[in-house]
Design a protein around this ligand. Structure first.
Ligand SMILES: [Zn+2]
Length: 244
């Protein structure tokens, strides 16, 4: 059973987004402070492994939204390492090309089918919980131009059995944040807004492992320590998708 859950979510554009989730279950209690660390645009031969080194050292899971055309023989062991370590993976389209992926519903379906085919070819069976994140989020610039017509595209991954996730906290590490100070400032700003929202939604942090960025690695360690100190429990979006 599926329903559309409206969360307060902050996109790159700072506009509101949505998340579609499955029905409530008993695995996660509502008042608990939960956080999902998410990493987009990988796998990357060096960066994904460096992120995993930190997650494994800290004993926390992450959720990786992978680009299909980056799934190859070289990166397959990294994806297996993600899964073997208790983290989750999701679909982030095959090309991450707005013009191709968002041309129409058929194009988006093809992008997802290509992602699935690449995953099955190089990694193995598709994950039991299907997670999807739109490149640019569900309020990306292409969808904003389409207006109400974007609803058809937003429905595509849901119709294919995926749970769609945006984010509500970010570090702007893919939007030109060129220093650890800039990433920290972006995190502080969005996390304060998230806490002020008081909506009780899980904290979903957006970071990127698609390009090598030492500042992202530094920020990741600091964010884990900060959230742990605030009493957050680290879970994956696959955990949450089975909990709403
Ligand atoms: Zn992306």
């Amino acid at each position: 059973m599926k329903k559309l859950l409206t969360l307060w979510l902050l996109c790159v554009s700072a506009s509101a987004c949505f998340c579609s989730c499955a029905a409530p279950a008993a695995t996660v209690s509502a008042p608990e402070k939960l956080v999902c660390l998410t990493f987009d645009d990988g796998p990357h031969p060096a960066m994904t492994g460096a992120v995993l080194d930190i997650l494994e050292r800290e004993g926390v899971p992450g959720t990786f939204f992978l680009i299909g055309n980056r799934l190859d023989r070289e990166c397959a062991p990294l994806v297996k390492r993600i899964l073997d370590g208790g983290s989750a993976v999701g679909c982030h389209t095959s090309s991450h090309d707005y013009a191709r992926a968002y041309a129409d519903a058929a194009s988006l379906r093809r992008e997802i089918a290509e992602w699935e085919s690449a995953f099955e070819s190089f990694v193995g069976p598709l994950p039991a919980v299907r997670l999807f994140r739109f490149p640019g989020g569900s309020a990306n610039s292409a969808f904003r131009r389409l207006g109400s017509a974007a609803a058809v595209l937003r429905a595509v991954p849901i119709d294919l059995g995926y749970t769609v996730w945006d984010w509500n906290v970010l570090t702007d590490d893919a939007a030109g944040a060129g220093s650890i100070e800039a990433q920290k400032a972006a995190f502080d700003r969005s996390f304060s807004a998230y806490e002020r929202s008081g909506a009780g939604a899980p904290c979903v942090v957006l970071m990127h492992d698609g390009i090598a960025n030492a500042h992202t690695l530094t920020a990741l360690g600091q964010i884990i320590a900060f959230l742990r100190q605030r009493g957050y429990r680290f879970v994956t979006l696959a955990d949450l998708s089975a909990s709403f």
